[in-house]
Design a protein around this ligand. Sequence first.
Ligand code: UGA
Length: 437
Amino acid sequence: MRISVIGCGYLGAVHAACMAKLGHDVIGVDVDAAKIDALSVGRAPFYEPGLPELLKEGVASGRLRFTTDLADVAGAEVHFVCVGTPQRQGEYAADMRYVDAAVEGLLPHLSVGDVVVGKSTVPVGTAARIADRLATEAPGTTLAWNPEFLREGFAVKDTLHPDRLVYGVPQGDQGEHARTQLDVIYADPLAQHTPRIVTDYATAELVKVAANSFLATKISFINAMAELCEETGADVTQLADAIGHDDRIGRKFLNAGLGFGGGCLPKDIRAFMARAGELGADQAVAFLKEIDAINERRRVRMVDLTRQVADGSITGKRIAVLGAAFKPNSDDVRDSPALDVAAQLARQGADVVVTDPEAVENARRVHPELNVTTSWEEAVEGAEIVLLLTEWQVYRELDPEELGARVAGKRILDGRNVLDPVQWRAAGWVYRALGRP
Ligand code: UGA
């Protein structure tokens, strides 16, 4: 199948490379010339395990090409819209300008029979609006909505082996055509018995935000329990293990700690609240406000705990922050809890050094005032307190004896509940964590 992918950010670049891997002929389009230059020579513009190999393979095969010229999409039969929908400045709502620009830009290049497939996360109602636009400006084309559920760090695997496929399509022949084309594109995962749900636009759009809202709720639920554990001396990790054995609840996404960040969960729940408000259904998702607030409180709590461990004052104290990315195996620092805590500590007068294996460049761009280094050894040299805020494997495996020999004070705060308190205390460390005695 000849496919175009509009927008080569996280979602688009991975989608384009994976579609080429599935045997399709793919052209990726982005307005950012530097990004297109990198992708064209098989270089990933961000850190994602497995993506560079896939890009190189696709580019070498000739099935994967990139361009800044939208006119080059002509000839493709299916056009995936993969542009971002960030949070609008100073508001909860999503910024739809990139989606709208992509659709408007596509219109002159569409032919009868083409299918436009939205993958971006959008407020419910967007697909119906775009379908109307296509009906008047590009008659004979069809819109489908096919939300994406990939996780950063596992993006390639999640795209090649998704746990479900959702198609939002119109009724009748047009819908049938869109479904058939998508079935051809996803023939491989479908042959592996990936569940496929064919539905209407609104359901497809809602599936995406409902899924992310549920995940955010699960994380904030366990972090709310952590708050209670802190008041009572209970241990939230044992609590999570115990309730997680009930398979109706499940242990996944019940890791208490510094909470969620990234380019999706925080902005998606806010955009959902904004959209529900517009629909007059704000009460239905009013709980998300609390989910967001619990999440933000964890960051404040981490700063307070640091002050407590620093005997009441962090001013001038040397603090090493392990982790800047919003989660391990990513260089993404969008709404990163770790970086947020580091910046708050620095603002309050601490002498902070942040380290991360991959996200240092991005951290420097967002917080030029912070002292950052890729070397954890350098970051911990002479530190009076160490904060583990993003659970990269290399930090999880730190040896308390070795680290103890490098720091000035053996005090560690485990913001992700990944270290063994018994082992660290036995090595003479003051060990504190969120939701643990
Ligand atoms: C999330 C969803 O998991 C994907 O399914 C979805 O496709 C994606 O958003 C999206 O909308 O594009 P992602 O943002 O890559 O994926 O990250 P997650 O793995 O969901 O983690 C989000 C945050 O929650 C991270 O900051 C992580 O540290 C935190 N988290 C996760 C916890 O604090 N506790 C947990 O138990 C799990």
